[in-house]
Design a protein around this ligand. Sequence first.
Ligand code: PXG
Ligand code: PLP
Length: 442
Amino acid sequence: MSNRLKVTPNDLSAFWMPFTANRQFKQAPRMFVSAKDMHYTTSDGRKVLDGTAGLWCVNAGHCRPKITEAIQSQAAELDYAPAFQMGHPIVFELANRLVDIAPKGMDHVFFTNSGSESVETALKMAIAYHRVKGEGSRTRLIGRERGYHGVNFGGISVGGIVTNRKMFGTLLGGVDHLPHTHLPEKNAFSKGVPEHGAELANELERLVTLHDASTIAAVIVEPVAGSTGVILPPKGYLQKLREICTKHGILLIFDEVITGFGRLGAPFAADYFGVTPDIMTTAKGVSNGVIPMGAVFVKKEIHDAFMTGPEHMIEFFHGYTYSGNPIACAAALGTLDTYKEEGLLTRGEELAPYWEDALHSLKGEPHVIDIRNIGLIGAIELAPIAGSPTKRAFSAFVKAFERGALIRTTGDIIALSPPLIITKGQINELIDHVRDVLRSID
Ligand code: PXG
Ligand code: PLP
């Protein structure tokens, strides 16, 4: 074992870990040291089946050769080029390749380095768009309860997860929220999109009546809410939101950071649901999670609205040092090649029925109060331990890791989202691990 694989607890203190119970982790660390395809290897040499594609990002599986080679050769050829007022060829190539697979009409791409940055970019674009169109009073942003849009100030303001908001002061002003669409009393154990709740989209009409359309810039929603525990849009809900936005001149932003790049069995959720937003935020799967990258897709009308004024002037005062970083672009091109060769952006469609049956076979196991699924996403909601919310799911997570499966938990919900290369045999294996874990926890 190399030196860097040997860690003692004293070595762990300097790194303040993100979204982690630091003190608990550092007493009993869980470490991965390598990965290949569907599996990680732990620091004590065990193989762990990846049931979550890392953090919903490693859609093509781990250490895929096309991606590794693309990064290696790009690093040796052009490591960095300034992102502002300069270019390099592969960022243009990548933008074109992305537009080729994007929903029709989304003709332009703005690069970021994460989902959180994609969200900030989209919100700023929406507000600035109305201003360049002469409607500068449209500044209000509408999010949704239980929404997750990353961790920056715009994202937590439109987001609806109280733990991510309450510590951070007054957030952005001029934000309102739609109700979430989680209706377990009507929709528990639905297979795929639930029947009940489309009328919740009409709440947007209520907000328009309250604030007036002339003050509202955009509505941002996850087509399928991931981070908050997999909440699906009721049948017809997204279509209704689209209609109401169009009627009132409000931009519709789909946050496809999780749903983008094949997760639902179609390239994007916009394709899956047949609803095209005005702006679409992505990250994660765009570069298989290997190098940080995000991409915001924009309709032609929005992009073109900025392309006025003197030609020597910057049109949109926004961008990141690493927007379109050459190595991230190489990783993304290697990722798109891998998706294409292996048909991964639509593979979930074939596997979804098998996935659905496997997941719903957990109905009736201890603690299970709901099961939800769509594409290659699954959620198993557990009854919380009275007085100790999240504890039951967390012990399921630790037990699963010990048994050889990586699952993800949020609240008392187990969320599953394996790499899109998963086999039927591995689906069985993953679900069997979860079943055994449910039978073994308190
Ligand atoms: N929007 C959505 C819809 C997301 O799911 C972000 C924005 C932020 O992306 P970055 O790259 O800034 O993290 C996300 C990220 C989980 C989990 O286990 C989910 C995310 C990230 C980490 C963990 O649910 N979603
Ligand atoms: N902070 C300082 C002091 C900077 O100079 C910059 C960029 O030049 C930033 C923050 C923003 O960094 P980034 O472009 O990587 O988001």
